[in-house]
Design a protein around this ligand. Structure first.
Ligand code: ATP
Length: 582
């Protein structure tokens, strides 16, 4: 996306929708022109009603003009309703489109891109910021044509009635414009604070809702409340400040308008006295004045919401302009074969803004028909290594090859179809056991689901529930135990029967007996697969064909458990500390 100056960002965001909504927009403009012309014609009729009907006690004239005014008022009402409906349709179409664009773009983000914005901010941008833009589109579409016609047409018609009080109109309009600009300029910085505070509030709220149990367990409700309260207070304070400025605006506008009406009445009275104007014309003049000032007022309303929408547009554009840090090449290459070999070639990774690389110069291969254990203390880079193998992140140096080809050259979606992944946090979605398992393969039959559950030793607890595969799963799998969640995640990875398995601490919540049974099942069911298990528990990978030991971001040992016991100091220390703690 091109770089735009802040003022043009809103326009650049909306431009694509103008072509899409050309017809509703044209219809809206025509309706608005018709409605405004009618409303400008009404004071003219009022003047005639007073001067030709009431002043001369001509009842038939009063009736005649009264009926015309009634019909025009009815038509004007219908047109206004139609304009509002069209304006709503246009603004909601735009907001729906923007939400979809943001959602799609976020869907292409890598883990690092997510970290850059934070979930709370992405939610605010997709909802609140889009709403601000929707609001401004609604106001623009409903006043864009009306306001200038009312101001210009009203002024011309008023001058036609009498030129003498015209300076009052000019002075009032200029005064109004100055007051509005001064007040709105003070609002703009407050709007930026409001959007940022909503982000922060969302973040704090999400963190605290998902961590309620921990917060309670550690008796930290007060700290949590204080953090929430701080953001909540800032939001309330800033909104109050904006509210006060709005009150000032809403008071200043009628005050200036009424002062102008009184001035017109005064001048009008003198002119009527001297026979330069008729009473009806003074009434018409005041009506024109109120229409002109209404035009100025709606324009000011637009001016007061525009800055906030601009800030929101900039926040939406930031998301849309983010180039995902991981992308599939335009001309991805498919590997010649799918041997399932995963090879790290002098792979290094440093997270953005980190002082030290997490992994440095890591080289090893994981072969089909074998289990590779990645063993290391907490924070040693095991999860990062698996993320590299699944191309959730790209190495900062070196490469990762899968099926004999650099992952960066391949189509990511194609690579993923060949991988079964179990993340450290199993990540179950709200739905049922079956719907979670079918994420792995939407076409899997019930028999295939049970087969996968069998391998993951999950059949017992799923079958124990009368609903079986249709047992409800709460978002995050909150209604399941940690071990149950892990086994469902494992079964989900098995459903598609890929040839590469990336398992991040997949047995951490299982008792040793169940862990052994699951491992035996995997070995029997997947004799030709490439299985990589990252863990800090030696028992989980003690029987692996190869164990790669990580320490300080480098490989400090590789081999089977017996070889490592002889050659690797870190391995011996790990084994010793874990045998002691048992
Ligand atoms: N998204 C990230 N941004 C910045 N630093 C990160 C990110 N993810 C991980 N790290 C850092 O990288 C290091 C390795 O993390 P990683 O999760 O790979 O370790 P691990 O060996 O899997 O640890 P554990 O066994 O505790 O899960 C840690 O110091 C962590 O703070």
């Amino acid at each position: 996306m091109k770089q735009h100056r802040p003022r043009r960002i809103l326009w650049s965001l909306l431009k694509p929708y103008i072509r899409q909504l050309a017809w509703p927009l044209i219809a809206l403009i025509i309706i608005q022109i018709a409605a405004t012309t009618l409303s400008l014609y009404t004071p003219f009729l009022t003047a005639r009603l007073v001067d030709e009907g009431i002043a001369k006690a001509d009842v038939s004239r009063i009736e005649h003009l009264g009926v015309i005014m009634l019909v025009l008022a009815a038509i004007s009402l219908v047109l206004s309703v139609a304009a509002t409906i069209l304006g709503s349709r246009i603004s909601t179409t735009v907001s729906r489109g923007l939400r979809r664009e943001v959602y799609r773009r976020v869907g292409t983000f890598s883990a690092l891109d997510f970290d850059r914005f934070g979930t709370g901010s992405l939610i605010t941008r997709t909802t609140n910021d889009v709403n601000q833009v929707e609001q401004v589109v609604f106001i623009v579409t409903t006043v864009l044509v009306t306001a200038p016609i009312m101001v210009v047409g009203g002024t011309v018609l008023a001058i036609r009635v009498s030129a003498e009080p015209a300076p009052i109109i000019v002075v009032t309009a200029v005064l109004l414009a100055i007051v509005v600009v001064v007040i709105v300029r003070r609002m703009i910085p407050q709007y930026a604070i409001i959007q940022k505070t909503i982000d922060a509030l969302n973040r704090v709220l999400r963190e605290q809702l998902s961590g309620t149990r921990i917060i309670r367990a550690f008796g930290r409700e007060h700290t949590a409340l204080a953090r929430f309260g701080e953001q909540n207070d800032t939001l309330a304070r800033t909104s109050y400040r904006v509210g006060m400025l709005q009150v000032l605006l809403m008071t200043a506008i009628p005050l200036i308008s009424n002062a102008a009406a009184i001035a017109v009445l005064g001048v009008g009275a003198v002119l009527v006295d001297h026979g330069h104007m008729q009473v009806g014309q003074v009434i018409a003049y005041i009506t024109y004045l109120s229409q002109i000032l209404a035009g100025v007022s709606v324009a000011t309303l637009l001016i007061s919401v525009l800055p906030r929408a601009r800030i929101s547009a900039e926040r939406i554009r930031e998301v849309l302009a983010t180039v995902p840090s991981i992308r599939t090449r335009r001309d991805p290459i498919s590997p010649q074969h799918d041997d399932g070999i995963v090879r790290f070639l002098r792979t290094s990774l440093a997270y953005p803004d980190a002082q030290e690389p997490v992994l440095t110069d890591v080289s090893f291969s994981c072969l089909p028909g074998s289990v590779t254990g990645i063993l290391g203390g907490t924070g040693s880079g095991k999860t990062t290594l698996l993320a590299l193998a699944a191309r959730m992140i790209d190495p900062t140096d070196g490469a990762v090859h899968v099926n004999g080809l650099d992952l960066r050259a391949q189509n990511r979606s194609e690579v993923w179809t060949q991988m079964g992944v179990v993340a450290q946090r199993p990540g179950l979605l709200g739905g049922t056991i079956a719907s979670n398992l079918r994420l792995g393969n939407p076409d899997a039959s019930d028999a295939q689901l049970w087969e996968a559950l069998d391998i993951a030793c999950a059949t017992d607890f799923v079958a124990a529930d009368p609903a079986g595969l249709d047992r409800a799963v709460a978002p995050g799998g909150k209604n399941l135990s940690g071990g149950q969640r892990q086994r469902i995640a494992l079964a989900r990875a098995l459903i598609r029967r890929p040839n590469i398995y990336l398992l991040d601490d997949p047995f951490s919540a299982l008792d040793p007996g169940t862990e052994r049974r699951v491992k035996n099942n995997i070995a029997a069911a997947l004799p030709n697969a490439t299985v990589i298990i990252a863990t800090q528990r030696l028992s989980s990978v003690a029987d692996a064909d190869t164990i790669v030991v990580l320490g300080g971001g480098r490989i400090v040992g590789a081999g089977d458990a017996d070889e490592l016991a002889d050659t690797c100091q870190e391995f011996r220390e790990l084994a010793l500390s874990q045998s002691r703690s048992r």
